[in-house]
Write a protein of this length. Structure first.
Ligand code: SAH
Length: 250
């Protein structure tokens, strides 16, 4: 990426009205002291906006977000915004990662499915909060890069698959929790079917304006609750139509 293209990509991300936030100067000493940048990120961007789960806060203080963004923009890794990761995709704003992780109410015992691996950052946060993460990415190069980064960082409880998230991961279902980080126009039935009874799914639904939904599977059916308005990249349809057409990378 050239400097101009990076600047344009960042400007594009900034134009997306994600979550309203107080303006503050970006941390430019991020790379000198990443753990201090993370403490400040957690305090100002998460705790002050109401994210309370101590396990989520600890995970976000621990996982090195700067390892998941392209080298040229690492200094922005802990800023209060999404960032470009190539292939016209973004790593989500830290607050959104925290709020969605909290919504799943994980206690450490769960098997969790993520749709939209992207950089692998959200998968790493989930891996700190549950027992096993299964994550699906439709863009093969992103799947390969995230898989390599997660392995390099020592994550052994994350399985990355290149494939179409609309199909879920039937061989590993049911899941105690599902997190979808790209927006489909409606909730995919295959994902509801792969949620265990008592399980939670957090998913942005819609096109231009999207609602972040918390879906709980009960013995009687499903309950839906709207959490907030969000802006995610669209969930694309792959060519795959067979459930076994993906490729496991870990
Ligand atoms: N969770 C990511 C950010 C997600 S960006 C992170 O932590 O970095 C959304 C991702 O969803 C993109 O990488 C995009 O390629 C992927 N995606 C879009 N449609 C998909 C689909 N049908 N199945 C799987 N991944 C999909």
């Amino acid at each position: 990426m050239t400097a101009n293209r990076i600047a344009a990509a960042i400007a594009l991300c900034m134009a997306v009205p994600v979550v309203c936030c107080a303006e503050r100067p970006p941390e430019r000493d991020t790379l000198q002291d990443p753990s201090e940048a993370r403490r400040s990120m957690v305090n100002l961007q998460l705790e002050e906006r109401g994210v309370r789960d101590p396990r989520v806060l600890a995970a976000m203080r621990k996982v090195p977000r700067h390892e998941f963004v392209p080298d040229e923009i690492r200094e922005y890794a802990y800023d209060d915004r999404p960032l470009p990761i190539g292939f016209e995709q973004t790593i989500s704003q830290p607050y959104i990662v925290g709020a969605m992780s909290e919504a799943l109410q994980l206690d450490g015992s769960e098997r969790v499915l993520e749709i939209g691996t992207g950089s692998g950052y959200q998968a790493a946060i989930l891996a700190e909060l549950c027992s096993e993460v299964f994550t699906i990415e439709i863009e093969p190069e992103l799947a390969a890069r995230a898989s390599a980064d997660l392995e390099r960082l020592g994550y052994r409880n994350i399985h990355v698959r290149h494939g179409d998230g609309y199909l879920g991961w039937p061989e590993e279902a049911p899941f105690d929790a599902i997190m979808v980080t790209a927006a489909p126009p409606r909730v995919p039935q295959a994902l509801v079917d792969q949620l265990a009874v008592g399980g939670r799914m957090v998913i942005p639904v819609g096109s231009i304006s999207q609602d972040l939904l918390l879906i709980t599977r009960t013995p009687e059916g499903i309950e839906r609750r709207e959490l907030m308005g969000v802006r995610f990249v669209p969930m694309r349809h792959g060519d795959e139509s067979r459930p076994d057409s993906g490729t496991d990378r870990q």
